[in-house]
Each structure stands twice: as C-alpha cells, then as structure tokens.
Design a protein around this ligand. Structure first.
Ligand SMILES: C[S@@+](CC[C@H](N)C(=O)[O-])C[C@H]1O[C@@H](n2cnc3c(N)ncnc32)[C@H](O)[C@@H]1O
Ligand SMILES: [Zn+2]
Length: 274
C-alpha cells in the first residue's frame, strides 16, 4: 500500500524534519532512510535495538494476526472506536505506539466518517510489514523509547497491549490530546491461565500514570469467547505465556480441542493537561 509521509516525521539521528524524495525520507543533514515495500520506513537506530530482531517475531505476529482476523477482539476495537469518535475531526492524527499488524488503525480508518491521518509504529519489522500490507498510512519501524515524531504531533495516541514509555508519550501528545490504553485486567484469559500455571499471580487492578496525564475515564470490557484448538495455539504464541509457562501446562493447553475463555481488559482514557 502507499506510504504517506506525515509532516511530523523526524530524523531519528538529529530530530530534523524528514521529507520524502521518491522512495526515501531525507533530513537537512543528509540522513537517508529507505521506504521499503510494502510502504513503510525503517527509522529504528542501532542504539534503539537491544537485539538484532527486536519486538515480536514473525511467528508471534502471524499468530496475533490470525487471532485478530478470527474477530475475537472486535468488541475491543468497537470500544476503542467509541472513544476515538468523540475526538474525531477532519485531519486529526491518530498514532498507534506498538501497532502490531495495524489491526486497530485499519479499523479506525474504516469506521471513521472523516479522513484521519494514521501513524503506526512498532519495533518489530515483521509487524510493520504486515501493517503496511493492510492499508495506506504512515507505517514505521521505530521504538517507543525514541519516537521519530515531532513534539505535540499526536491528537490521539493508542497504546494497545503495549509497552508504554511515558516520557515519549508526553512529548508527542498535543496539549489536550488523549492517550487511550487497553491493558489486560484481572480475569483476562483466566481459564487458560488456570490450565497453564500451577498458581495464579495477583494482577494489579489499576495502572498508575504520570501527573500530567489526567484520567478522563476508566472502563472494563468483559465478555466470553469460544476458542477452538487453532485459536488456543495462536493465543499462546501471541502472548508471553508461551515463553513463561511451565512445559506441562503448555502441553495441557495445546491438547485442548476447545475452551471458553474470558476476555477482560481495561480501557483507560487520559488527557494531557495543558
Ligand atoms: C502485545 S503486542 C500488541 C500489538 C498491537 N498493539 C495489538 O494489540 O494488536 C506488543 C507489540 O509491541 C511491540 N513492541 C515491543 N517493544 C516495543 C518498543 N520498545 N517500541 C515499540 N513497539 C514495541 C511488539 O513488537 C508487539 O508488536
Ligand atoms: Zn538527520
């Protein structure tokens, strides 16, 4: 799909504006970043990488994509859209930090009655490649720790099951702009967790936030889904459970033909105080 060069793009090396020349992005200091097929730019500096292939692996991204494609998180996308809709205005910019395969920005583009600029970035190139195949937009391989965007450039910032960096988030939000976060709540996937872990850890009920982010609303989305064995396998692979859980627990879970699980997430809306 087409890569859209947003005016807020900044060089990850010196913070200067980036402009598009054919198939690359260039800053005034001459730093050049290729726009790869299918329409994304890699703005991740070596200093932002803690491994050669940071973020979710190709298999994890494929599993998440398949799980989302099976529509289990549609109520979450709907709840997100309800929040985004109250802030929609022609030409606003919605940024998804840790955008995965672009599921939520694609949803917003399709559901919004007015044109919205979308910028999605993820530290995993596998995720961004999938996102850029899904729809037009400004898709970037980049890290939350050093977001290659101008100060005050996001009207709405999404953090969906991500790894927030509040220093970056405060910097890129416009004053009065909204950070929308979706995080797992206490009973998320509890039936699956009871099968794979010998004992369940208490989960913190509420996240805490920097003082500059005022809590506008805090809601829970809770419902039940019926999973078949392929869905269970995808769910295990797309979450940290595959790497954390004891082997016998994983064997029990992967041998299930079906399982009904609780989806339980928190949706927090925070605004940057001016
Ligand atoms: C649990 S997945 C959620 C993906 C997507 N938001 C969704 O809900 O479908 C977390 C994502 O964060 C990405 N990630 C991990 N560390 C990151 C960082 N420092 N900056 C940006 N993305 C990061 C991973 O590659 C992965 O795609
Ligand atoms: Zn530069």
């Amino acid at each position: 799909m087409a890569f859209l060069a947003h005016p807020a793009l900044r060089c990850p090396l010196d913070g200067l504006p980036l402009t598009q020349t054919q198939s690359s992005l260039v800053c005034a200091e001459g730093h050049v970043f290729d726009i790869g097929k299918p329409g994304y730019a890699n703005l991740l500096g070596a200093q932002d990488k803690r491994s050669r292939a940071p973020g979710d692996s190709r298999d994890m991204v494929a599993a998440r994509s398949a799980f989302l494609g099976a529509r289990f998180y549609e109520p979450i996308a709907d709840a997100l859209m309800t929040q985004v809709t109250t802030r929609l205005d022609t030409g606003i910019t919605v940024v998804d930090a840790g955008c995965g395969d672009g599921y939520y920005l694609d949803w917003i583009q399709n559901a919004a009655p007015v044109p919205v600029n979308t910028i999605g970035f993820d530290i995993s190139k596998w995720a961004v490649q999938r996102a850029a195949k899904r729809c037009d937009g400004t898709w970037l391989v980049a890290s939350n720790r050093r977001v290659p965007l101008a100060d005050s450039s996001a009207d709405v910032l999404l953090d969906m099951f991500g790894f927030p960096d509040y220093g970056s988030f405060l910097r890129i939000l416009v004053p009065g702009g909204a950070l929308i976060r979706i995080t797992p709540a206490a009973n998320h996937l509890i039936e699956l967790r009871k099968i794979i872990y010998p004992a369940l850890k208490e989960q913190p009920e509420r996240a805490s936030y920097p003082a500059l982010l005022g809590i506008e609303s805090h809601n829970r989305i809770t419902y039940q889904v019926d999973l078949q064995s392929d869905d269970i396998a995808n769910l295990l692979l797309m979450t940290p459970h595959m790497f954390r859980a004891p082997k016998d627990g994983l064997i029990k879970a992967t041998s299930l033909a079906e399982l009904s699980v609780t989806i339980d997430v928190a949706i927090d809306v925070l605004t940057l105080t001016t």
